[in-house]
Write a protein that binds this ligand. Structure first.
Ligand code: PCA
Length: 211
C-alpha cells in the first residue's frame, strides 16, 4: 500500500505550517507513507502533486492543510471547482471566481470514508469533525485537483483532505485562536493512516461526483 501524504509550505506571513511539520514526521510510517511538501501556490501545487502521483501511483492521496481559527481536525467532505482567494498565494496570484479546472464537474466528494475516519479520531479522544467546506483557497484547489487527477491514475487512488489547527505558538500570535500541539497533530495523522490501512476494503465505497 502506498499513501501519498501532502502538507503545505508556510503562507500568509506565518513562519511555519503545521501541515508540513506533521506530514514530514510521518515519512515512512507503516512502510506506506510518502511525504510531500506542496507550494502554497495555485496551479504549481497541482503540477507538483501530479508529477509525484503519476510516478508513485499511490492507492491513497491524503492532503493536509492549516486552517487557522478552526479547532480540532476537520475531515473535508466536499471539494469545489472554484478559486476565490482572500489573500495572494506565495507567488502573488489572487484568483477570484475562477475554475480550478475548466470543464471539470462543479464538485467532488472525498472518496475516503470521512465519517469512519472522524470516529477513529474521536475514539482516541482527539477533537474531530466532518467539514463541508475546505474554503476556496489553495487547500480546496489541491483537494479538487487531487480528486480530478485520481481518475486518470492507473491506481485509482482514494482521495481525502484534512484541515488541522494552528500550533500553540501560531495561535498566540493570531489573537489566541484555537490550537493543537504538534505531537497531537502527528498522533492524529497516525490514527488516520492506521484506520485507512485497517479498512482497505471499503476505500472505494463512498466515491462520488456531484453535479
Ligand atoms: N492552508 C491554506 C492553503 C495552505 C494551507 O496550509 C488553505 O486552507 O487553503
Amino acid at each position: 500500500m502506498k499513501i501519498l501524504l501532502t502538507g503545505f509550505e508556510p503562507f500568509g506571513g506565518e513562519p511555519i505550517n503545521p501541515s508540513w511539520e506533521a506530514v514530514k514526521a510521518l515519512a515512512g510510517y507503516r512502510d506506506a507513507v510518502v511525504s510531500l511538501m506542496l507550494p502554497c501556490v495555485f496551479d504549481k501545487s497541482l503540477e507538483v502533486l501530479g508529477d509525484v502521483a503519476r510516478a508513485l501511483e499511490p492507492e491513497i492521496i491524503l492532503s493536509v492543510g492549516q486552517a487557522g481559527g478552526r479547532s480540532g481536525i476537520s475531515l473535508e467532505k466536499v471539494a469545489i471547482n472554484l478559486n476565490d482567494a482572500r489573500i495572494p498565494d506565495n507567488a502573488g496570484a489572487q484568483p477570484v471566481d475562477s475554475a480550478v479546472i475548466e470543464g471539470a464537474p462543479n464538485a467532488y466528494f472525498a472518496s475516503l470514508p470521512v465519517k469512519r475516519l472522524t470516529a477513529a479520531l474521536k475514539e482516541k479522544q482527539i477533537e474531530a469533525q466532518v467539514s463541508f467546506s475546505a474554503g476556496t483557497y489553495v487547500c480546496n484547489h489541491v483537494f479538487f485537483g487531487a480528486c480530478h487527477l485520481a481518475q486518470s491514475l492507473l491506481s485509482r487512488p482514494s482521495v481525502g483532505f484534512v484541515h488541522i489547527p494552528f500550533l500553540p505558538e501560531q495561535a498566540e500570535r493570531n489573537g489566541h485562536a484555537p490550537a493543537m500541539a504538534l505531537a497531537e497533530q502527528i498522533t492524529a495523522l497516525k490514527v488516520l493512516i492506521d484506520a485507512l490501512l485497517a479498512g482497505g476494503d471499503e476505500l472505494h465505497t463512498s466515491a462520488g461526483t456531484t453535479h
